[in-house]
Design a protein around this ligand. Structure first.
Ligand SMILES: CC(C)(COP(=O)(O)OP(=O)(O)OC[C@H]1O[C@@H](n2cnc3c(N)ncnc32)[C@H](O)[C@@H]1OP(=O)(O)O)[C@@H](O)C(=O)NCCC(=O)NCCS
Length: 373
């Protein structure tokens, strides 16, 4: 082989390698649409979509998904469901598009997977001042261990926090529950705060962060776990949520922490995982009466109630309430199990296992262990 040919071959090998390293959003989209029979026009739209230009690719994908939804969604429940989870990944977002989160329509190197998305910053780059709020509002820390302040958060959340799709049910986390969730070992008082009105001092928004250790694909990291984001109904869609998120980010960054983990009931860019809530009905009759549950299709009520009836005694031998002396063993069991099975998991300390799992008399949680006799 001529040296020039050798060089060319080498170059194309390098290119292939480069190519392999890229995560191509078009291939991901093709995988997501697998099983849906596209008509010729839709196939052509798919072929024409150009993943090298993320803006165009996003627009092309939105058109394609809208077409599929209109064309097939009304006839096929599975397609409709799929479109429901896929379409939001390609929506444009005033706030989230400005944030260092992955976007479904961008291509990126496989190598960048375990690296920060954002430019690496240091604490000295972060403003010491809170982000500005509209006139009439201010941020204030909430001391959840203090009864009056805990009651304010409780009231905001019971009236305005997460509801089901039909607005029939809303979470009603008790004050002891909020104190347990928000004051774990090492909590930071300035990561629990809200937005108040200057005149009335009333709490109109709330967000919380707690420090957590998260293992991401073998790498142990300090992060914030963000939760209980809530804005009073009367102040929605005024960018208060975005302000709370930006402000908690600033406060977390000041601790030299640059990653956070959170869940959402809606699809925002871009989930790395999804989860399903599993309920074991304890009082199915009541749950059906209040329309929390519905009878499985074709099942008579009496049979359903009988099926879910609890036995008088536990069927698991050796099951008992978890106590403090179980902590080291539970800690090890959890850690080993997480490590073996999950790519992203909490690395609880023993102190955290004690806080999060040992039941107290306040009814916040129950935890059981099975002891080998
Ligand atoms: C979620 C909630 C705080 C949003 O408040 P809002 O005033 O409507 O939101 P804003 O207008 O200030 O900001 C909207 C931005 O927040 C984002 N957002 C909405 N819900 C979100 C969530 N659960 N997590 C993160 N961001 C969210 C929106 O995507 C939007 O950003 P975008 O324009 O980039 O898409 C409010 O609707 C609420 O309190 N809902 C009930 C409680 C709840 O669902 N909390 C979230 C629990 S996961």
């Amino acid at each position: 082989m001529e040296p020039a040919d050798k060089e060319k071959k080498q170059e194309s090998k390098e290119e292939d390698k480069e190519e392999q390293k890229k995560i191509d959003p078009k291939k991901v989209l093709e995988m997501q649409l697998e099983g849906i029979k596209l008509d010729p026009e839709q196939k052509k739209m798919m072929e024409d979509a150009d993943p090298t230009n993320s803006t165009e690719f996003r627009e092309q994908t939105v058109k394609l998904l809208t077409q599929i939804k209109e064309d097939k969604g009304s006839k096929d429940y599975k397609v409709a469901k799929k479109m429901q989870s896929l379409t939001p990944l390609y929506d444009s977002h005033d706030f989230w598009d400005s944030q260092p989160v992955p976007k479904a329509y961008e291509s990126y190197d496989e190598e960048s997977l375990d690296k920060p998305i954002d430019e690496v910053k240091s604490v000295s780059d972060i403003s010491k001042d809170p982000i500005p709020l509209p006139d009439g509002f201010y941020f204030e820390n909430v001391d959840i261990s203090e009864a009056a302040q805990a009651n304010e958060v409780y009231t905001l959340l019971t009236k305005h926090y997460v509801e089901d799709d039909d607005n029939m049910f809303r979470f009603d986390y008790s004050i002891p529950f909020l104190q347990w969730a928000l004051n774990p070992p090492g909590y930071k008082k300035e990561w629990l705060f809200g937005i108040r009105h200057v005149k009335t001092k009333q709490l109109y928004g709330f967000i919380s962060g707690i420090p957590v250790h998260v293992n991401v694909r073998g790498k142990s990291m300090n992060m914030a776990e963000i939760n209980f984001l809530c804005v009073h109904r009367a102040y929605r869609t005024k960018k208060m949520a975005a302000k709370l998120i930006r402000e908690v980010t600033r406060r977390v960054n000041l601790h030299d922490i640059w990653q956070a983990i959170y869940t959402a009931g809606i699809v925002i860019p871009k989930p790395f995982s999804k989860t399903t809530y599993w309920h074991r009905s304890l009082n199915p009759k009541k749950l059906i009466d209040v329309r929390f549950s519905s009878l499985p299709q074709g099942m008579p009520k009496a049979r359903y109630l009988k099926m879910l009836k609890l036995p008088k005694e536990p069927s698991t031998k050796g099951i008992k309430k978890m106590e403090t002396h179980h902590v080291p063993q539970v800690h090890k069991l959890l850690h080993d199990y997480f490590k073996q099975t999950l790519q992203v998991y909490f690395e609880f300390t023993e102190e955290e296992v004690k806080h999060f799992f040992v039941p107290k008399d306040d009814g916040v949680l129950e935890a059981f262990v099975v002891e080998d006799p």
